[in-house]
Design a protein around this ligand. Sequence first.
Ligand code: ZN
Length: 158
Amino acid sequence: MSYFLTKGMPLTNIMVNNTNKSVVESRNSAIRDMLGRAASGKYDWFVFMDRDHWPTKDTDEFLNEIEGYDVIGAAYDVGSKRTWANPDAIHMGTVRVRAEVLTTIQPPWFAFRCSDDGTDITMCECDYFKRKCQDAGYKVTRRGWTEHDSKHTWKTHH
Ligand SMILES: [Zn+2]
């Protein structure tokens, strides 16, 4: 993963979150921990990649220069094609975000939304983030693919 992120981009910094909290807590912590860097003006983009994701040649499209967008997701196998039916559907397994978005959007950046009785999650944390970005006027799209260990065998392979 480090090679992919630093290839042709020598100024890349990598931060690893080794604490396995829930997705909502971990994703919010990741952004909180990067806020200082996002505000420093030294970085244009922040890439978020879950540990059970890895790049392939299909990931280049995700990293290419893409005009006019502030939040760009990569598609990956989640076991349901419907997940990607909407061309601006993104999920946080692999996403890159313009620095300005991170300092503009107020916390929580990620949250679940539930049905009235709390028995169903009606909006995942990624969709919550996407809507906050769009409400603030940022443009969201999706490009390319990453590989995703959707069967959760990564702990034994990596
Ligand atoms: Zn999601």
